[in-house]
Design a protein around this ligand. Structure first.
Ligand code: SF4
Ligand code: SF4
Length: 160
């Protein structure tokens, strides 16, 4: 089987998914799979076979609880596999619209969930200051957060 780019990158990180024997122990241990379409055994097989795994929506359904990794009889670092494939996908601009929205908010406000008028009013009712002690109150700190995010090339990910 010819190695695809995903496999090559995993190998460079010292992870060999070709050791997977498709036993299904990971799927049977996966709490997320009980509530979503995530089938981690199938996801690993997809990664073994095709670069298309980068487009697999199930990639984003893992909560990184590590249940599967603890039980894998072949000692495959399953969560690292998922996180690395996510990272490759993100750097190719393959992310969900919800992730894109969070990145946009972070880049603008330094918060994934910016405070709105309703919450500011609630804070006031509780006797708190309208704005919390975060980057909202410190434009210089917000600039530093933005510098860090730019150093991580986050904007580039959503511009693709
Ligand atoms: S538990 Fe390990 S060997 Fe079994 S299917 Fe999952 S990844 Fe493959
Ligand atoms: S780490 Fe992810 S794939 Fe593994 S059991 Fe937990 S939710 Fe499922």
């Amino acid at each position: 089987m010819k190695e695809n780019n995903v496999q090559e990158q995993l190998k460079e990180a010292g992870i060999d998914i070709l050791k997977c024997m498709q036993c299904g122990m990971c799927t049977g241990s996966c709490p997320s799979g009980r509530h979503t379409s995530l089938n981690v055994r199938r996801l690993i097989r997809h990664a073994m076979r095709s670069q298309d795994v980068l487009e697999d929506k199930e990639l984003w359904m893992c909560t990184t609880c590590y249940n599967c990794q603890e039980r894998c009889p072949r000692r495959i670092d399953i969560v690292d596999v998922i996180l690395r494939i996510r990272s490759i996908a993100a750097h190719e601009g393959i992310i969900l619209p919800e992730h894109k929205q969070v990145i946009e908010l972070l880049l603008e406000y330094g918060h994934a969930v910016p405070i709105d008028e309703m919450n500011m009013n609630k804070r006031e009712e509780l006797g708190l200051e309208r704005l919390p002690e975060t980057v909202y109150k410190d434009p210089e700190a917000l600039n530093e957060v933005k510098k860090l995010l730019n150093a991580c090339k986050l904007a580039k990910i959503i511009d693709q």
